[in-house]
Design a protein around this ligand. Structure first.
Ligand code: KE4
Length: 434
């Protein structure tokens, strides 16, 4: 590793002169946890090295995409071959069809899928499509769920229950979010109240089935069943935002887990990203043909993108999906996640630190709380200062957890049992300092 000439601090200072906050996505700035972000020089397998040559066991994995680990040989080869054929054409390619078919095989609730370049774009487009198909304007989202930064989805809960939301961001006019109802995750009574009040005006309910933007909160089966029933009853579309959970918590995504618990369960729309692009800018949204046929150029709902279905990104996604589809892939991933969460829980118990954790497939989360939270208000009862101390204690020991208590963690196939053991040992030392 040839040491970089600049330290993390020097790079951060230079970055802040030319990029707002020194980063191209806010969570990377360490504002929630304090301190100086680590500028990545390179990554390989379960690790990345910062510009000062420090190695970290990486539990972010680009916030989910790097399920194989960084620099997987087969994926690198596929991308290298694709690049030599061209970067982008703005014209259709066979590989987009191959990837669309691969996604539909993995998520059979969809008949058709449209490829885009980010989860935000996928969620924004899916919302427009739901509104175009139903002719309705209102939508329900849940506090603590994040669906990208499209205006209509940057909403926090209103004053009371089942009230329309207020913008979470400057620059979003109130009239843009006036149709967005923000409810409490896992709150069946509120859901029923909202449908009783607005059912026939609702275009869709959009939900993270396992809320990775609240760290790791599962929608209860009863709650999900009620979402499904009420959407069906009132003609609203149930949209699963699986940008994070898609092909990450299971090969069939989170919806395959709910289909095991609720016979015949299917969402009406699915929003995906991250893993299906393997780390390249690629996301997607899909539904049954009868819904997707409303999209341009077939129907009146406009949606477009210069780099949609990019030939290099589709090569990366296809190679990634091929690897994760191999027998036993998710069994191995789930075992590692479970070993990690159980080891962290044991280390916390030994140190007398309140801890609750959960995992599914290659995604995990934990809270410095005795009980696993069921909604955003409970998540935010976490001791932020204690979490930040934990984060930095682990960082100093070369373990890179999510730099915010409301973010999930990700294990890759490249994480070895030794990496997991090293992480637990580091936590054992850090919990004692909390
Ligand atoms: P992007 O526009 O960032 O590709 O995707 C937005 C999005 C949509 N839906 C869900 C469930 C998501 O988790 C995301 C993005 N996730 C965050 C992590 N919490 C990305 C990290 C970041 O914002 O830098």
């Amino acid at each position: 590793m040839t040491p970089n000439t600049e330290t993390n601090e020097q790079l951060f200072a230079r970055a802040q002169r030319v990029i707002p906050g020194g980063v191209n996505s806010p969570v990377r700035a360490f504002k929630a946890v304090g301190g100086t972000p680590r500028f990545v020089k390179r990554a390989q397998g379960a690790y990345f090295w910062d510009v000062e040559g420090q190695r970290y066991i990486d539990y972010i994995g680009s916030w989910g995409p790097m399920i194989l680990g960084h620099g997987h040989h087969g994926v690198v080869q596929a991308v290298q071959a694709a690049v030599l054929e061209g970067f982008s054409y703005g014209a259709p390619t066979a590989r987009e069809v191959d990837l669309a078919e691969a996604i539909l095989r993995l998520v059979p609730s969809m008949d058709m899928v449209r490829l885009v370049s980010s989860g935000t774009e996928a969620a924004m487009s899916a919302l427009r499509l739901a509104r175009g198909v139903t002719g309705r304007h209102k939508l329900i989202k849940f506090e603590g769920c994040y669906h990208g930064h499209a205006d209509a989805l940057l909403v926090k809960a209103g004053s009371g229950l089942a009230t329309f939301g207020n913008p979470t961001s400057a620059g979003v006019p109130p009239e843009v979010v006036q149709h967005t109802l923000v409810l409490e995750y896992n709150n069946i009574a509120q859901l029923e109240e909202a449908f009783a009040l607005y059912g026939k005006e609702l275009a869709c309910v959009v939900i993270e089935p396992i809320a990775g933007n609240m760290n790791f909160v599962r929608a209860s089966v009863a709650f999900m069943q009620r979402c499904r029933e009420l959407c069906t009853e009132h003609g609203a579309l149930l949209a699963f935002d699986e940008v994070m959970t898609g092909c990450r918590v299971a090969l069939g995504s989170a919806q395959s887990l709910y289909a095991k618990a609720i016979p015949g369960f299917e969402p009406d729309m699915t929003i995906m990203g991250k893993v299906i692009g393997g780390g390249m800018p690629l996301a997607a949204f899909g539904a049954k043909r009868a819904v997707m046929e409303h999209l341009a150029p077939m129907g009146p709902v406009y949606q477009a993108g210069t780099l949609s279905g990019n030939p290099v990104a589709t090569a990366c996604g296809l190679a990634t999906l091929a690897e994760i589809s191999k027998p036993g892939f998710f069994d191995g991933l789930a075992r590692k996640s479970r070993t990690l969460v159980d080891g962290l829980a044991q280390a916390a118990r030994e140190a007398g630190v309140p801890f609750s954790g959960d995992c599914e497939g290659g995604m995990f989360g934990f809270f410095l709380l005795e009980q696993l939270p069921q909604n955003y208000a409970q998540v935010m009862k976490s001791d932020g200062a204690r979490f930040n101390k934990l984060f930095h204690g682990m960082l100093e020991r070369g373990i890179y957890f999510a730099p915010a208590l409301y973010e999930a963690g990700f294990v890759s196939a490249a994480h070895s049992d030794a990496d997991i053991a090293e992480t637990i040992e580091a936590a054992r030392a850090v919990f004692k300092t909390l």
